[in-house]
Design a protein around this ligand. Structure first.
Ligand SMILES: [Zn+2]
Length: 251
């Protein structure tokens, strides 16, 4: 089993209004967008698919004239898609068996439609929430003819790959826990932890449900301690830069 971290570009975001709280309103930070390929003997698993390629030519295509204009500005090059990152590894989209989405925000499922042969894996309650909500771009994740695997809570996707519910950022967000032969345990937290400072006691956090967010983040941090795991999370430039990126990998 090998784990590849796939860079999908960046977003310039208003730190206070997107991650922390009013004390940081108007502070612009650059946040990495990323996903991962798990090359497992039973099939290739893609975790999150980044932003829609329309953002390459027109960064504001989704946000111009909406309340999020100025809060989130994508910065995306043609190579910042899972299709391009996989092609550089010699992997075609049809080879992906499962596409796992931590959740359906635009920076996590924007290229789902390029993987129509895959089975899409998201918490059942998240899919149900997204269907009722206007906060998700339906065309990104509602892929015509898609096959779904919809766990209710914790589940083993393949031997050594577990999905764990980490609600709070959004309803029924999920994280992925992987056991690698050399590296040991790795936690792909997704946005269960956006910036590490949001996990500090008394820190403010922008989330659908801040108290659930804190509980999920604490759960992951405890798991990191207990398992001695490598914790890969959210949208923090400094820590992201310290990880191995493609073509390098974790084995
Ligand atoms: Zn995100």
């Amino acid at each position: 089993v090998q784990l590849y971290i796939l860079p999908y570009g960046n977003c310039v975001v208003d730190k206070g209004r997107v991650f922390t709280g009013p004390a940081d309103d108007g502070v612009l930070i650059t946040t990495p967008i990323w996903g991962a390929l798990i090359d497992h003997p039973r099939g290739k698993v893609l975790v999150d698919t980044g932003m829609h390629p329309d953002h390459v030519a027109d960064p504001l295509v989704r946000f111009r004239g909406t309340p999020r204009e100025g809060l989130i500005t994508p910065v995306m090059k043609p190579e910042d898609t899972p299709m391009a990152r996989l092609a550089a590894l010699g992997i075609a989209p049809e080879e992906i068996r499962f596409v796992v989405n931590t959740h359906f925000h635009f920076d996590h499922c924007g290229c789902n439609a390029w993987f129509p042969h895959a089975t899409f894996v998201v918490q059942r309650a998240h899919l149900e929430h997204a269907r009722e909500s206007s906060r998700f771009f339906r065309s990104d994740w509602d892929v015509p003819g898609a096959a779904w695997l919809l766990p209710k809570g914790e589940a083993e996707l393949l031997p050594g790959i577990r999905l764990i519910p980490t609600p709070g950022h959004v309803p029924a967000h999920q994280s992925v826990v992987i056991l690698l032969p050399e590296t040991g345990w790795v936690i792909l937290a997704g946005d269960a932890i956006g910036l590490m400072e949001t996990t500090e006691p008394r820190a403010e956090v922008q989330a659908w449900n801040p108290s659930l967010y804190r509980r999920s983040a604490r759960h992951l941090l405890r798991m990191q301690d207990d398992l001695g795991a490598l914790l890969l999370y959210g949208h923090e430039q400094r820590t992201f830069a310290s990880w191995r990126h493609v073509p390098d990998f974790y084995a």
